[in-house]
Design a protein around this ligand. Structure first.
Ligand code: HEM
Length: 498
């Protein structure tokens, strides 16, 4: 009997484990790790990890160590991919093994969720509602939100525009998720997303915070020195819980009173009622999938656009001429039907995304199996960052990459025929599920602002022009640091009517 158990253990556990270890050791012995800066024993690159401007520092290091860079913090392997080519080869072509997320708190929300069955369900919930085709249905709602944005911007003081851009960004999402229109600043969606954004802005890049590397830190008290991420995780929890509960409660109440407007939640709750592939037990999944849509990336890109127009008034003027030539005689505001006729506006939007991508290091992927790439060993469990910022600055693709130069995308001779920066939305099976919603929202906001407003420099009390720096905040989603500007109506244009 004992011998039988021994044989059983040998064949089911010990032999496969030994074969795996031999295979792993052979792989790691025969292939070197990717190059990276020198590291300390045991703690690896802990001392050298930049606490701010990570994407820019990694970009600088990549000039020495190459497109695929290896870092290690306390035994946790980190891979940084610095060009579109290597990111596409690993995260797109080998997506079967590069689609996990590192072990991060809040893994109930799609963007941080581990790869598996639940991930597949949440992705399907998003993709079925946010497909390119379905997003066409949202254009009237987005236009209405963009017109409200313009109206609010024209009434805003020089430092007050950011609040209204945030209202636009959150408003598009609350309409999409729950059919809810935001009309005031004390709206619960505004307050909740604002609280979350402030906390996340201080939390650092997911995947390499102390909390991600040592999850037990969340149990340490807030005052414990050096571990602010534990306190931030606790701080975010009530806001996250609210985003999780609020929309579903509201839509259910609307359904009961017969006033529900089309929305992500309504559509999936109805599917659930009719048992169309969703079980009643999926309530939690639908709630979390809805909460995963609230982020600050649209807000960030609209703010980058305002900064770009302030620093480059020549493009503002050219784009306004283009808009006037299409809709001017009718004195109407441009709409989605004009998009094809407005190539420079399109270029300004695409350049906004390339010039300052809102998620500079994307959201980290995690490798599910040992891999070998270009003769380098990449260990299972590696946290893999796509350095989107470095890709946007790649001189092999973009000439004078730090310059805001929208015409780069136009064909020669007017432009340089450079490609749109598609990597801004990430890669493979984890590519942004809201990309079509984001694209339409950003375009209608930009075209509406250009058509109705002039963005110009603010002056200080001595009458000196305040020229903002081209600098971005740190955090999961980066945005321009606060700057004042004047937003005034274009005289000959009709103001928005809605
Ligand atoms: C300018 C706007 C936006 C940009 C630049 C952007 C960019 C990104 C990037 C880089 C990622 C990581 C992809 C990866 O892991 O490779 C991502 C993920 C994600 N985005 Fe966006 N995003 C934007 C707007 C939105 C919007 C409006 C939504 C709302 C539906 C959204 C929902 C998500 C979700 C749920 C994920 C996680 C997907 C997953 O893990 O499978 N994003 N986004």
């Amino acid at each position: 009997m004992a011998f039988g158990i021994l044989i059983f253990i040998t064949f089911t556990v010990a032999l496969p484990l030994s074969l795996y270890l031999i295979y792993h050791r052979r792989l790691s012995n025969s292939f070197p790790l990717p190059p990276g800066p020198p590291r300390d024993p045991i703690i690896g690159h802990l001392r050298h990890m930049p606490s701010t401007n990570r994407a820019a520092v990694f970009h600088k290091w990549s000039q020495t160590y190459g497109d695929v860079m290896y870092l290690e913090v306390l035994g946790n392997p980190i891979i940084v991919l610095n060009t579109e080519q290597v990111a596409a080869e690993l995260l797109n072509k080998r997506s079967a093994i590069y689609s996990d997320r590192p072990r991060i708190g809040w893994s109930t929300t799609l963007s941080l969720m581990r790869y598996g069955k639940r991930f597949t369900l949440h992705r399907q919930l998003h993709q079925s509602y946010l497909s390119r085709h379905n997003c066409l249905e949202f254009r009237d709602m987005q236009t209405q939100e963009a017109h409200s944005l313009v109206k609010n911007l024209l009434a805003a003081p020089p430092s007050g525009y950011s609040k209204f851009i945030n209202r636009f960004s959150t408003g598009v999402i609350s309409q999409t998720v729950a059919g809810h229109r935001i009309c005031t600043d004390d709206d619960p969606y505004m307050q909740t997303t604002q609280a979350l954004r402030e906390s996340l802005g201080r939390a650092g890049i997911p995947g390499v915070t102390a909390l991600d590397l040592f999850p037990y830190l969340k149990y340490l008290p807030e005052w414990f020195p050096g571990f602010k991420s534990g306190a931030i995780a606790r701080e975010c929890r009530p806001a996250l819980q609210r985003l999780y509960d609020l929309p579903l409660q509201a839509v259910r109440a609307q359904m009961e009173s017969g006033t529900a407007k089309p929305s992500f939640l309504l559509s999936h709750l109805e599917r659930m009622k009719e048992s169309q592939g969703l079980e009643p037990g999926n309530y939690d999944d639908v709630k979390w999938a809805a909460a995963a849509m609230f982020g600050s990336t649209i807000w960030s890109s609209v703010t980058v656009f305002v900064l770009a127009m302030l620093l480059h008034p020549e493009y503002q003027a050219k784009a306004q001429q283009e808009i006037d030539s299409v809709v001017g005689a009718e004195a109407r505001l441009p709409g989605f039907e004009d998009r094809g006729e407005l190539p420079l506006v399109e270029c300004i939007m695409q350049e906004t995304l390339r010039w300052h991508p809102p998620t500079e290091l994307g959201v980290p992927h995690a490798l599910m199996k040992d891999d070998v790439y270009r003769g380098m060993f990449i260990p299972k469990g590696s946290t893999v960052f796509a350095n989107i910022r470095a890709m946007s600055l790649d001189e092999r693709t973009y000439s004078a990459p730090s310059k805001f130069f929208p015409e780069r995308f136009l064909p020669e001779p007017r432009g340089r025929g450079e490609p749109h920066f598609a990597s801004v939305y990430g890669f493979g099976r984890r590519i942004c599920s809201g990309q079509h919603l984001a694209d339409q929202s950003l375009w209608i906001a930009i075209v509406s602002i250009l058509a109705s407003c002039t963005i110009s420099t603010a002056f200080d009390e001595n009458g000196c022009a305040i020229v903002p720096e081209d600098s971005m905040s740190d955090g999961v989603s980066s945005h321009p640091n606060d700057f004042p500007c004047i937003i005034s109506p274009r005289d000959h244009k009709l103001g928005p009517t809605k």
